[in-house]
Write a protein that binds this ligand. Structure first.
Ligand code: GSH
Length: 244
């Protein structure tokens, strides 16, 4: 492990400890064996350091490397891979086409799949909820097919999106695992990562969740559930009851 002082790395994160995007960056830092100063922030009362470091989006996480800020979690993961090429295995695939495919699906998970999934908890009635669940299941189905394609190594299918070991798309998606489970529970639907419907993704999630050092970084599902019901959607139960 390379010391935080030596590398001058600071990570600004939401203090809730459940941030998908912060955990994604922590996963990349762990893969690279990099120590860092962990700086929890209150997203409702943004510090001068956060506002100066990410004046455009004002969001967390922000990585500060030797005084220079890098924003947006996926960009931070790529930056760590570029800035510390000698530390651990590469996070992104070496092949340019595979890199492009991994980036494509990572953006899909952030911009399409997760918004659809969390959107289930923002529906006004049963029909809207059923439609959103269907849309989400279709989004998982597309990723199931992508997993088979991305992880192909020769004839055999590799265990991870990154091939034989965890890579960019694995950590881009892996940080969502407890959230998918929590949302499924709250919505009262069968798990999205279901062995019958998406067997490859379900098996992948099991492998990813058991892999060191990721086990320690994945948020407990109960904690995510509590955060969703107390902070994100405090009206969720009321809305469902009213529409039932
Ligand atoms: N696309 C961004 C999303 C970051 C994001 O939404 N961060 C949340 C915390 S998990 C945040 O800072 N929210 C406060 C705000 O939007 O003002 C990334 O990947 O870093």
């Amino acid at each position: 492990m390379v010391g935080a002082q030596e590398q001058g790395l600071k990570l600004l994160v939401p203090r809730s400890g459940v941030s998908i995007y912060a955990i994604r960056v922590q996963m990349a830092l762990a893969m690279k064996g990099l120590a860092y100063d962990y700086l929890p922030e209150d997203p409702r009362c943004k510090s001068d350091l956060l506002l100066a470091s990410n004046p455009v989006h004002k969001t967390l996480p922000v990585l500060i490397h030797s005084g220079r800020p890098v924003c947006e979690s996926l960009i931070i993961v790529e930056y760590l891979d570029d800035a510390f090429p000698g530390n651990g295995a590469s996070i992104l695939p070496a092949d340019p086409y595979r890199r492009a495919v991994a980036r494509f699906w990572a953006a899909y998970v952030d911009n399409k799949m997760f918004p659809s999934c969390i959107g289930i908890l923002n529906t006004a009635n049963q029909q809207e909820r059923a439609d959103k669940v269907e849309e989400t299941l279709a989004a998982f189905g597309l990723l199931e097919a992508a997993l088979a394609e991305c992880s192909k190594e020769g004839e055999a299918e590799a265990p991870f999106f990154g091939g034989g070991s965890i890579g960019f798309l694995d950590i881009a998606l892996g940080c969502y695992i407890p959230w998918f489970e929590a949302i499924g529970r709250l919505a009262g639907v069968p798990p999205f990562l279901d062995a019958a419907r998406t067997p490859k993704l379900a098996a992948w999630a099991g492998r990813f969740s058991a892999a060191k050092p990721f086990i320690a970084l994945l948020t407990a599902v109960d904690k995510v559930e509590e955060y969703i019901t107390k902070v994100l959607y405090p009206k969720w139960n009321v809305a469902v009851t009213a529409s039932n």
